[in-house]
Design a protein around this ligand. Structure first.
Ligand code: GTP
Ligand code: MG
Length: 160
């Protein structure tokens, strides 16, 4: 199943937009499979955005991402990577269409509320890089595990 890493950036958390953003992905029909509130260490922020290392705004970007807690999430579903990027909108919120998260809720590229993976490969990698994002049912009893598994199957069995 395709999965993507969605991170609500510090401005989104501070402005109280967590519920609203989660709701957008839930209502679209994607499945939340991991979530944590997290203070991102500098080293992990630098690793996450390593492709942008040479950019002049890189130090500002790292300061921004580490300026407060972020909400890290794993979402799965058909076409979730591209669809999430559409729901999020263009990098510069002033270019993002109304109806998108950045289009409706932000004005600055350096305060653009949310991150979404840009490819299925990066989605898997970014989720793997954030320990604790994968559900580990092993800690609860097998019978409860089966019930949870059955409920999930029931709710998400019709995907097309
Ligand atoms: P992400 O989902 O966060 O990866 O954004 P993106 O894929 O739409 O854009 P990109 O990966 O190119 O850039 C990553 C992040 O760096 C952006 O979301 C911005 O927060 C930040 N960024 C990009 N360009 C600029 C810039 O010109 N100035 C500043 N201050 N920040 C920038
Ligand atoms: Mg990006």
């Amino acid at each position: 199943v395709e999965e993507t890493y969605i991170m609500i950036k510090p401005d989104g958390v501070q402005r109280g937009l967590v519920g609203e953003i989660i709701s957008i992905f839930e209502k679209k029909g994607f499945k939340l499979t991991g979530l944590k509130l997290f203070q991102c260490p500098k080293e992990l922020a630098e690793e996450h955005y390593k492709d942008l290392q040479s950019k002049s705004f890189f130090p500002k970007l790292i300061d921004y991402i580490t300026s407060g807690p972020v909400v890290c999430m794993a979402w799965e579903g058909i076409g979730v990577v591209a669809s999430a990027r559409k729901l999020i909108g263009a990098t510069n919120p002033l270019n993002a269409e109304p109806g998108t998260i950045r289009g409706d809720l932000a004005v600055q590229t350096g305060r653009n509320v949310v991150h979404g993976s840009d490819s299925p490969e990066n989605g898997k990698r970014e989720i793997d890089d954030n320990t604790a994002l994968r559900l580990h049912f092993g800690v609860i009893t097998p019978s409860v595990e089966i019930v949870i598994g059955w409920l999930y199957l029931d709710a998400f069995s019709i995907q097309e």
